[in-house]
Design a protein around this ligand. Structure first.
Ligand SMILES: C[S@@+](CC[C@H](N)C(=O)[O-])C[C@H]1O[C@@H](n2cnc3c(N)ncnc32)[C@H](O)[C@@H]1O
Length: 252
């Protein structure tokens, strides 16, 4: 299925089906990172804007926001946001090249995460290509290390309740264990049965420190354990599950 068809199919049930990073960001770090680059004289692009969840953060801080998405239906919903400085463009970010103006700040939250790693890379490259020299892109991407942390926490939980590792129902780890060789190799783990690319710290470090680009900072957007498990026990606290937030600068 192509991306437009897939995401148009989700648009009507977006709030129920798609995790809201902005609402669950425990320490409100995304706001802090976006504010670092806020500039009322500049245009920023929200790549893969979806139904516009980032607009309340972005629109008041920049002169103009361009929301780009492959889904006409998501864009139609995003258009109902109350901001007069936002315009939209329907485009496939996984195309070889996209026609978009260059900017000093780009935002791309949970878009380059399909199980097609070459599509993800084209999306990332298109976002980076839209940066002026000195410009910064902020990517939010799923973390492979966070998947491991969740598995460890679940094993701990069972242990505290007296269940040996060998007695844990195997379907608890289906998302991790029932993968093809290729999915293991490529870091694909299912979230709610959707095969999803998860990134390792070292992978991001290598990927974003090359050519004209340099990783400025890597941080964790932390979420509560209730985003991973139904009714997690109260002792289950930090470290919390997370997505990566990566600041990448065009240095040349
Ligand atoms: C998980 S949602 C995230 C939306 C938004 N960034 C947010 O954080 O709320 C992924 C979004 O990426 C868009 N998307 C996926 N593949 C795309 C592509 N190839 N080109 C443009 N947009 C794409 C989808 O339509 C969807 O709106």
């Amino acid at each position: 299925m192509n991306d437009a068809l897939h995401w148009n199919g989700i648009a009507d049930n977006y709030d129920r089906e798609i995790f809201n990073v902005f609402k669950n960001d425990k320490k409100r770090k995304l706001k802090k990172y976006i504010m670092k680059y806020a500039n009322k004289k500049n245009t920023a692009i929200d790549f893969g804007c979806g139904v516009g969840k980032a607009l309340p953060l972005l629109a008041p801080l920049f002169k103009e926001i361009i929301g780009i998405d492959v889904s006409a239906k998501c864009i139609a919903i995003a258009k109902s946001s109350p901001y007069s400085n936002v315009s939209f463009k329907e485009a496939d970010l996984a195309a070889k090249k996209i026609d978009v103006q260059t900017v000093d700040f780009a935002f791309c939250c949970n878009v380059a995460m399909s199980d097609d790693v070459s599509r993800n890379l084209r999306i990332i490259n298109n976002v980076l290509s839209a940066l002026n020299k000195g410009g910064v892109a902020l990517f939010v991407l799923p973390s492979m290390e966070s998947v491991s942390l969740s598995a460890m926490s679940l094993i701990n939980w069972y242990a505290k309740e007296g269940t040996e590792f060998s007695e844990i129902p195997s379907d608890e780890f289906n998302h991790f264990l029932s993968r093809t060789e290729k999915q293991v190799q490529e870091g694909i783990v299912s979230i709610d049965n959707v095969p999803t690319k998860h990134y390792l710290f070292t992978e991001l470090y290598a990927m974003f420190n090359s050519g004209n680009f340099a990783m400025q900072r890597l941080d964790r957007i932390e979420y509560g354990w209730e985003t991973e498990f139904d009714a997690p026990p109260t002792w289950m606290q930090a470290p919390y599950p997370w997505d990566w937030v990566v600041e990448v600068k065009r240095v040349k």
